[in-house]
Design a binder for this molecule. Structure first.
Ligand code: ZN
Length: 131
């Protein structure tokens, strides 16, 4: 038996803290397109800036949603299969120190890199479907 109750308990605490943290931030409001001609050069630039702000805001939103989902999933794994917690979901090796920093990770560094190395996530086309 290789259960490490103290470690798991610590990780669980950390996950709960993270979850509270994410939730306490509330919804990240997408900033309205600010047209401030004094701040930037011209219309095009202002427009570009506004679009960039929206991209950043929605990216942050998505990241938080993803983070929350990962934290929840990690808590679930911790409950359902504490013995497997901390093992890489792909190769089965212990994730190790990475867990201390990000208790919700599912992959070891190598597998994570292998995954990140490929396509840069799904398309970023669904930002806004205005017509
Ligand atoms: Zn791995």
């Amino acid at each position: 038996m290789n259960s490490r109750p103290a470690t798991l308990e610590r990780l669980r605490k950390r996950l709960l803290e993270l979850r509270a943290e994410i939730l306490s931030e509330g919804d990240v409001a997408i900033e309205p397109a600010r047209t401030d001609p004094t701040a930037v050069g011209g219309e095009d630039e202002a427009q570009a800036l506004a679009e960039m702000n929206q991209v950043i805001a929605s990216k942050r939103n998505r990241e938080r949603t993803t983070a929350l989902a990962r934290v929840q999933a990690a808590l679930k794994r911790l409950d359902e299969a504490p013995g497997d917690f901390g093992l890489c979901g792909e190769c089965g090796d212990p994730i190790g120190k990475r867990l201390e920093v990000m208790p919700y990770v599912e992959l070891c560094v190598e597998c994570q890199h292998a995954r990140d190395g490929s396509p840069k996530g799904p398309g970023r086309r669904h930002l806004r479907d205005f017509r």
